[in-house]
Design a protein around this ligand. Structure first.
Ligand code: HEC
Length: 227
């Protein structure tokens, strides 16, 4: 059927399509457009099908020792840092002796198992993916110790919220805000001289100094946890 004036009441696109198709003048153009559109549709469908097949029969890295995906670290750390930048708070206390010693007690109780002590790396840190960084180790060719180059507010965010898809737990339900700030201030000062009582705990000396008396509002809640 040829295009005639009787088809004028068709919607514009249909008229154009029929005209190009049947006039015999622009068949190749229509062909190219149709093939292109089909390619787009098949391409869109192939992505999820390919991903599902990779999950079923591919060697997806799921074990700790499996190699990382390309740029995995960049993909996970960019959104984490964007979020922390938006939500970082300033410490409500000073890194004085009482807070640093209290922070060391909390560190020994809650963190050392994964992050290790001074000169005593954690046994499980390297067997996690991502691994738990040694927070009392000096960085090569720099004076930074652990996360002493991060603002305490950044460490507080990580301690409070944890880091998803990693072994880093959220301590919000376990420690009080005061305790989370104390341990964050301790880590921010890891490259500075620390009170001897704090050092003795951080060297893995379980006997350490007795826990300092803290106001009731800041009393450790770690032993009871969330009910
Ligand atoms: C069960 C193991 C585990 C425990 C317990 C744990 N962490 Fe972590 N932590 C990790 C892992 C694993 C990472 C690495 C996460 C990543 O790279 O995304 C991490 C990351 C961190 C980081 C970020 C390090 C960096 O280089 O940016 C800080 C700070 C931190 N933890 C502090 C603490 C503190 C403070 C405690 C105790 C209150 C604690 N962690 C307890 C496993 C743990």
């Amino acid at each position: 059927m040829r295009w005639t004036h009787s088809t004028l009441n068709w919607p514009f696109a249909a008229r154009l399509y029929r005209r190009m198709l049947y006039d015999g003048r622009s068949t190749e153009v229509v062909d190219i457009v149709l093939r292109f559109l089909m390619g787009v549709v098949i391409g869109i469908l192939l992505v999820p099908v390919g991903v599902l097949m990779w999950f079923r029969i591919g060697h997806v890295p799921v074990a700790v020792a499996d190699p990382p995906l390309p740029d995995e670290r960049a993909f996970t750390s960019a959104p984490l840092h964007a979020r922390i930048d938006r939500e970082t708070a300033n410490p409500p206390m000073q890194p004085d002796e009482a807070n640093l010693v209290a922070g060391a007690h909390i560190y020994g109780d809650q963190c050392a198992v994964c992050h290790g002590y001074y000169g005593k790396p954690s046994a499980i840190a390297r067997n996690m993916f991502p691994d738990a960084p040694a927070l009392w180790e000096k960085h090569p060719n720099s004076d930074v110790v652990g996360v002493s180059d991060d603002p305490p507010g950044e460490t507080y965010w990580k301690v409070s919220n944890g880091i998803r898809l990693s072994g880093m737990p959220s301590f919000k339900p376990i420690l009080s805000e005061t305790e989370m700030w104390q341990v964050s201030l301790l880590l921010a000062n890891a490259d500075k001289p620390l009170p001897p009582d704090a050092l003795s705990i951080l060297r893995g000396n379980a006997q350490g100094a007795p826990a300092p008396a803290v106001p009731a509002s800041a009393a450790p809640s770690g032993l009871t946890g969330r009910q």
